[in-house]
Structures are given as structure tokens and as C-alpha cells.
Design a binder for this molecule. Structure first.
Ligand SMILES: *Cc1c(COP(=O)(O)O)cnc(C)c1O
Length: 406
């Protein structure tokens, strides 16, 4: 018997879902490319990309094709058996990066959990069980498991859940002197987002990234890059570490990896991977054939000169439009980020308006995001059409004028 359809609306959310989200007042029901439609048939231009996930837009024909083909072939086997899509995806990720070994998970938090456990385990096996200090950064975001939220640098997300994993130190982002002051030979890892996403769209400086690499080398610590948001073409390179001339020891990717299908990966070197053995870590769904087949198709499309080179041109179109808007309205103190991870920072006197701007934008028919309390964030599809950027920006401009007039 087919599932029975019951009528649901935005009000249903308040009665059936754990209240950890405050979703918009409309319910999207359909998407195509960078356009989305809600229950009432109203159209939106999507500059939010499912939070940097739908990097090829909604229902990309090649992803749909793979979903259907693999969906009729093999979905899941568990890691008691390996599978062809996982082996192909891992091989392609290795060919495209610094890495020689891959671990698959289902979310960014899971990839980071694996990364932090691996960094601790490697130090324990190679050096000493006392080499467990993790250095991380204020405003960092690494996921919502207890370990990842504790390494994250936002106490509002980690307080209230009892004792946190110990030996995690937070210092200011882009402040090399602060890292130098706390790093020592008991440090197993520095964990950093090359471009902080949730924390306000803040890129690391080249000196900072290169300095972190040197400090890790000096103290036998691992450099762990969280590229869950900044990776998979978002910055205009496949992974944003390529902008900095540094190689990580461990890198995590998720969000855009599956173009909207849940899948994540942790990449590392042969040397670091060699401390692991069967049973030390694992997950039931991780690396399932359905997720990996879709991610393989997404990677094949994103990791091409055409898509990667297109990111910079689209960024330029966004920043030109935002700069022009700012000349008229005087709202922003800075436009920052890299590639199609764009933050428009509200001036102090407008900082409280981020949420109003988000709601007004939705009313005008454009989906945007915030990051932190005072940054408007744009993370559209990497292949959004220039006309769609124009149309979305016109709607965004109308929203800003309404908020300022209110
Ligand atoms: C979104 C995000 C995560 C968490 O990913 P989930 O899939 O929500 O678990 C971790 N790190 C960064 C940098 C992110 O942007």
C-alpha cells in the first residue's frame, strides 16, 4: 500500500518537530536549478543553496540520473562489504587532493568526529597518550555532536550538555601569536576552517594558514582543515587549501559533496591512516553505494575547469551588485569571503536587522542566509545563471529598501 498523504503546512512544524529550528514561514515543495517554489506556487531565487549544499542547483539532471540508476541497482550493503561507488569516489578524491586514504560518513559532524578521533589516536599511538591537546578557534563551527560542538568556538552551542571532552583550547582566529602562546609538544592537532562559514564568512589570511602549518610541523601536531563548507568548489578551487600553498594532514568535506544527498568524507595521508585498524572507528551508512554514486557524479561535474573558473565570474557579479546597492543604501561595512561563499557585513547601526532582511527577502522571492548576528550570507549554486543572479539581486534590493523604510 502506498503511503497515505496527510495535509501539512508550516503550522504543522510547531506541533511535530523538535523546536531546534525556526524555519521560514513558507514551505518549499519543488526546486529546479536556482529556483524554488513553495506550497502556494510562489517562486523564489535560491541564494542559500541549502546552506552551501546544492552546489549544482536543485534536481540537476545528471544527479537525478545517477540517483535513479543507482536507486534501481544497490542502495546499501554496510561496511561488512565494500562497494564499487565508494571505491570509485575515494579513488577520485585521492587523485584530486593531497590525500591517500578516505573515510566516508553521512554529515559534516561525522567527518569531523572521525578527524578529531584520528588526530587523538595518531598522537596516542605514535607519541604519547598525553599528547591530546586540540587547538581550535573562536567562532569556529564543526558540527553538533558533543565532541565537534566542543571543538567549535561558540559556547552558546556547547553549554548545557554536561561535561565536555577535555583538553580543547580556543584562541582568536587569524591570530598566530595566540596560537604560539598555547601550542606545545602535548598538542595533537590544530583544527581550522580555511574560511569560517557559520562564524561570519571570514577567510584565514595566507600568513595565518602558513604559520599554522609551520607550528604543526614544529610540534609534531596535525593540521586538520574543516572544509565542510569551504570545499567542493565553493572557493573557486576544489578545496580552499589550494589557495594557501599549504597541505593539510586531515581534511573533512560534506555539504556540497553529495550536491544535496547526505554524504561526507574525511581525507588523510597513508602515514596517518596507518595507525587505524578494523574496529577502531566506523559507521553503518558511511560510504553507502547510493550516496557515493551521487557524490561521484557531483565531483565529476564540479572538478572541471568550466565550473571552477565560473565561480570567480559569479562572485564578481554578486560583489558588483552588492557594492552598487551599498552605494545607494550605505548598509554594509564590508563584503568578504572567497568564491561563492560571500558575506555582506552589516554596519553596526544596522546589525540587528539581519533577521528582518532575511524575512523581507523571502517576501520578495529570494532565499538568503545569515552568518553570525550581523552578516548576510550568499552561498548559491556554483552554476547559477547570470540572469538568476540579476533577478535575485533585484528582489534583494527591494527587500533592503523595505526594511530601511520600515
Ligand atoms: C555545516 C558545517 C559542519 C557540520 O555539518 P553537518 O552536516 O551539519 O553535521 C561542520 N563544519 C563546517 C565548517 C560546517 O559549515
Amino acid at each position: 500500500m502506498a503511503a497515505e498523504n496527510i495535509a501539512v503546512t508550516r503550522e504543522t512544524f510547531d506541533n511535530v518537530i523538535l523546536p531546534v529550528y525556526a524555519p521560514a514561514q513558507f514551505v518549499p515543495v519543488k526546486g529546479k536549478g536556482s529556483r524554488v517554489w513553495d506550497q502556494q506556487g510562489k517562486e523564489y531565487i535560491d541564494f542559500s543553496g541549502g546552506i552551501a549544499v546544492t552546489a549544482l542547483g536543485h534536481c540537476h539532471p545528471a544527479l537525478v540520473e545517477t540517483l535513479k540508476r543507482q536507486g534501481e541497482t544497490l542502495w546499501h550493503t554496510s561496511n561488512v562489504f565494500t562497494n564499487e561507488p565508494a571505491l570509485r569516489l575515494a579513488s577520485k578524491l585521492i587523485a584530486a587532493t593531497f590525500a591517500d586514504r578516505v573515510f566516508f560518513g553521512n554529515s559534516g559532524a561525522e567527518a569531523n568526529e572521525a578527524a578529531f578521533k584520528l588526530a587523538r589516536y595518531y598522537a596516542c599511538k605514535k607519541h604519547s597518550p598525553f599528547k591530546s591537546k586540540i587547538i581550535a578557534f573562536h567562532n569556529a563551527f564543526h558540527g553538533r555532536t558533543l565532541f565537534t560542538v566542543s571543538v567549535g568556538g561558540q559556547p552558546k552551542y556547547s553549554d548545557g550538555f554536561g561535561p565536555k571532552p577535555a583538553d580543547i583550547v580556543h584562541v582568536p582566529f587569524n591570530d598566530l601569536a595566540a596560537v604560539k602562546a598555547v601550542i606545545d609538544d602535548h598538542t595533537c592537532a590544530i583544527v581550522v576552517e580555511p574560511i569560517q562559514g557559520e562564524g561570519g564568512v571570514m577567510p584565514a589570511t595566507p600568513e595565518f594558514m602558513q604559520g599554522l602549518r609551520a607550528l604543526c610541523d614544529k610540534h609534531d601536531a596535525l593540521l586538520v582543515l574543516d572544509e565542510v563548507q569551504s570545499g567542493m568548489g565553493r572557493s573557486g578551487k576544489l578545496f580552499s587549501y589550494e589557495h594557501y600553498g599549504v597541505q593539510p594532514d586531515i581534511l573533512t568535506t560534506a555539504k556540497a559533496l553529495g550536491g544535496g544527498f547526505p554524504v561526507s568524507a574525511m581525507l588523510t595521508t597513508h602515514e596517518i591512516a596507518s595507525v587505524m585498524a578494523p574496529g577502531v572507528h566506523g559507521t553503518t551508512y558511511g560510504g553507502n553505494p547510493l550516496a557515493c554514486a551521487i557524490a561521484e557524479t557531483a565531483l565529476d561535474i564540479i572538478n572541471t575547469p568550466a565550473v571552477l573558473a565560473g565561480v570567480e565570474a559569479r562572485r564578481q557579479q554578486f560583489t558588483d551588485a552588492l557594492t552598487a546597492l551599498d552605494r545607494e543604501l550605505g548598509l554594509f561595512s564590508e563584503i568578504r569571503g572567497k568564491g561563492l561563499l560571500i558575506g555582506a557585513v552589516l554596519k553596526a547601526e544596522h546589525a540587528s536587522k539581519a533577521r528582518d532582511i532575511l524575512n523581507a527577502a523571502a517576501a520578495e522571492g529570494v532565499m538568503i542566509l545569515t552568518a553570525g548576528s550581523d552578516v548576510i550570507r550568499f552561498v548559491p549554486s556554483l552554476v547559477i545563471a547570470p540572469e538568476e543572479i540579476d533577478a535575485g539581486m533585484t528582489r534583494f534590493a527591494a527587500a533592503l529598501r523595505k526594511v530601511l523604510a520600515a
